[in-house]
Design a protein around this ligand. Structure first.
Ligand code: PLP
Length: 399
């Protein structure tokens, strides 16, 4: 039997592919400190559960294909507070930001058309672009330059007759790079001048650790309506990953219609999840401030501890809840395997995501890792200790 070319071009997720080894390690009695997945541990606001408890329909019916009006209205009100006026049709509810990305790629890409993405980038972008038959043209950045990519010349150099879109993640996963207003404007201008889609993945919008960035939103530029596609989600913002609710936002009518066809073909997003998510948007402002403060403390601790480990290099992330670090090991993938199979300290070991799959360019990121600081401070401290011990022992035994 044959597997499609597009499926064969996709790779397993580096965040999830060690799961079988992790299960094995747990069976052997090890405790694993999970820093591999961006699964926030802060409690989901109570409003989510209350809203679902008060759901009083006798049937859990399909929701509307574009999304439930109650949720779309909540999202419009949230965007209005950010200074962005949206019409009802501008918002299509999806099963997480993941489906928003997939449906966008399916709607704008043809085989061999190109999407420019600064690397390192969220590895599932590869799957979404490849599923649609597209090709990623990576704008390479590395730890030595703090992963900064907002350089007009470098972006323009990658544009070809096949380019359909520029995709940026702001704030960035895995780098934590945040675009300032001028950089956002420059990227918007490049997209506009070259008649490209600008896909802006803003699922980490509220997590910026320097007040100078405010709450970044590309949607505030009102001259790129035909180009802009915003990817959004409740997963990270409200600590509600399992709700699987996101949305794609665009004012481009033709694109709305294209995406809507895919929405109709998959019928609807889960009704109860949408009901619960609709209540999330009215949490008090303090919720974001408190979450951000907690992640800031975690970031500071993780970066400080990483800097204490000999041979580790790290750039201070300014947003999201990840940090990329270069480790003094030959291969982070091999090191992760070894940590699960061969290492423990008093029964404990640690997991992160190896860096290479975050790069399109072959050979890059091999000794880098992405660490998600989504655990309480004492657990993060212990995880950093395990990383330090692991590196020292791995270097003795394996290098
Ligand atoms: C940059 C980025 N975009 C989109 C997503 C998709 O998240 P979800 O489908 O849970 O909204 C993630 C998840 O980690 C992400 O890191």
């Amino acid at each position: 039997m044959k597997i499609s070319i597009n499926a064969n071009r996709c790779e397993p997720s580096p965040m999830r592919k060690f799961h079988p080894l992790a299960l094995q390690a747990q069976k052997m009695g090890k405790t694993i400190y999970h820093l591999n997945i961006g699964q926030p541990d802060l409690p989901t606001p109570e409003a989510f559960y209350e809203k679902i408890r008060s759901f009083d329909s006798s049937t859990v019916a399909y929701a509307e294909s574009p999304g439930m009006p109650i949720l779309i209205e909540a999202i419009r009100a949230y965007y209005k507070r950010l200074g962005v006026e949206l019409d009802t049709d501008d918002v299509l509810i999806t099963s997480g930001g993941s489906e928003a990305l997939l449906l966008t790629c399916l709607s704008i890409l043809d085989p061999y058309t190109e999407v420019i993405i600064p690397e390192p980038y969220y590895p599932n972008y590869t799957t979404f672009v490849h599923a649609a038959g597209g090709v990623i043209r990576a704008l390479h950045t590395g730890p030595e330059e703090g992963y900064h990519y907002a350089d007009r010349k470098r972006i323009e150099r990658l544009i070809t007759k096949n380019t359909r879109a520029i995709l940026v993640t702001n704030p960035g996963n895995p780098t934590g790079v945040v675009l300032d207003e001028q950089q956002m404007r420059m990227i918007a201008d490049v997209a506009k001048e070259n008649d490209l889609y600008l896909i802006c993945d803003e699922v980490y919008r509220e997590f910026c650790y320097d007040d100078k960035y405010g709450i970044p939103c590309m949607g505030r530029f009102d001259d790129i309506d035909d180009h802009l596609v915003i990817i959004d989600s409740v997963s990270k913002r409200f600590s509600a990953c399992g709700a699987r609710v996101g949305c794609v936002i665009t004012k481009n009518k033709e694109l709305q219609q294209a995406i809507l066809k895919f929405c109709q073909s998959r019928l609807a997003v889960a009704t109860l999840d949408q009901v619960g998510a609709s209540a999330l948007y009215s949490v008090d402002e303090g919720f974001f401030a408190r979450s951000k403060e907690e992640y800031r403390r975690r970031r500071d601790l993780v970066v400080e501890e990483l800097r204490r480990i000999p041979g580790v290099e790290v750039t201070m992330p300014m947003g999201a809840f990840y940090v990329m670090a270069s480790l003094p090991v030959d291969n982070a993938d091999r090191f992760q395997r070894w940590l699960l199979e061969k290492f423990d300290d008093h029964g404990d070991t640690v997991m992160f995501a190896p860096g290479a799959p975050f790069y399109e360019t072959p050979g890059k990121g091999i000794n880098e890792v992405r660490i998600a600081y989504v655990q309480e401070l004492p657990k993060l401290k212990r995880a950093m200790e395990l990383l330090k011990l692991g590196i020292a022992r791995y270097r003795q035994e394996m290098m």
